[in-house]
Design a binder for this molecule. Sequence first.
Ligand code: ADP
Ligand code: MG
Length: 562
Amino acid sequence: MTTETFEFQVEARQLLQLMIHSVYSNKDVFLRELVSNASDALDKLRLAALRDDTPDVDVTDLHIELDVDKEARTLTVRDNGIGMSYEEVTHLIGTIANSGTAKFLEELREAKDAAGADGLIGQFGVGFYSGFMVADEVTLVTRRAGETEGTRWTSRGEGTYTLETVAEAPQGTSVTLHLKPADAENQLHDYTSEWKIKEIVKRYSDFITWPIRLLPEPAEDGAEAREAETLNSMKALWARPRDEVSDDEYHELYKHIAHDWREPLETIRLQAEGTFEYQALLFVPSHAPHDLFTQGYQRGVQLYVKRVFIMDDCEELLQPYLRFVKGVVDAQDLSLNVSREILQQDRHIRMIQRRLTKKVLATVKDLMTSAPDRYATFWREFGAVLKEGLVTDSDNRDAILAACSFASTHDADEPTTLKSYVERMKDGQDDIYFMTGESRQAIEDSPHMEAFRAKGVEVLLLTDAVDEVWVDAVGEYEGKSLRSVAKGEIDLGGTEDDKSDAEKDAQSEEYAGLLGWMTEHLGEDVKEVRLSSRLTVSPACVVSDANELTPALENMYRAMGQ
Ligand code: ADP
Ligand code: MG
């Protein structure tokens, strides 16, 4: 059997260095990460077994095992799940496929000091690699269910790892940590202590639906061997009454399913009883993932059927504009063999989707008044995505609008709701004015804003790409039209200072020559040159027809090659 040595990818090496020299205070979380991986591997195996009969696969007694050797100072986390093939090990363990990690490293390079780096590690987490916080050598032995040969991966975390195939390996994966000698004397970091391990599992992994067993120490000569002890309650959090579950427990579940190390912003719980029974536990993350607007973004929540994990990213359960929501839906009356095709047609699934949508929107709206700070975070992170719903989900348009806020000339810092805008509208003002643009500054500098500023008429400042689209789709709010200040003739109505018709006529006559000359010289570039009352400082500005594209939308379509 040959052993080959490989070099870690640059990013992986940097991460490992960080782990090894980590000053990160909460090392305990390494166990949560390894248990979380083991649990995923068991979910995957059970699912594979449900889908097709794979005769060489053993799905009896799926579990996670923790095995301590006090003398050798090792801790092994073992599962009999799906395992990994040789290729998968090189691919999944030797490189960092997760592009969120690349972003993490980038931010880390910018962090000036150790304290800054510590905070960042706490936010991002690095899964499997976190083992190197407590171990100076890690060995992983794995065999993919259904395959005959296994693979052994070993590394001291210092730039290289070795790989070899092994003839005899049990199905699944075992990760053995050779604990750092430096921690031996420190009770806080004694991961060979039964008490310590129990405490960590209880704290971080109690809800894991597979048994996590601690193997007993080898019996003394003559003594009776003890049984393995199951450390977790295995109770699905979404099925337990709200008042029995602490926020911390919910947060740990969130971290497990979202692969996020940060706390969620909001937890949403939903129970439906009766003919079609289900439970849902949803989370709004506190940060938008970097790939939220890219094609391949996996949206959706996990689907369980009667406590059995069925799939990740069940798209049918969430509208695309709520794709940032994470969580679990557990339905009682679906078949365990349910497929994507069936889900797409299923009436009950559509019912659940409608209910989840309403609940999420109502939750966001509540945050506005009950927790303005958290709402501000929500809006900063997810406002642009939520607004897509104004275009795509006309059924819930009012509920979405009620949860939206917009930058406005009324206040430099505080965004406004449409409702408050309307309450502040001047006598004689019929329309809700907005302007779209690249940035608040760019909009405020625009000549289109002059008359509005001079007359003290409030304008909404819209800077997301989607703003161009939803304002057209929505059209009006409470009978007031949404109007771009950059389009067509703007009549500031009763708010306008009054020139008599005679005065206006005289003015037109006076400037007729100039306007004619300008129209001629600007030729094809403009449709018409006319006098305007919209400017107070700038001599001239370009205006679109009321039914033409705004400049920003024109740019957007041009960028899309249309
Ligand atoms: P993440 O769990 O967020 O994907 P990790 O670093 O924890 O990141 O794990 C990387 C990948 O390695 C996992 O996605 C999985 O494919 C694989 N893996 C890790 N541990 C196991 C395991 N015990 N069994 C099977 N595959 C595993
Ligand atoms: Mg993981």
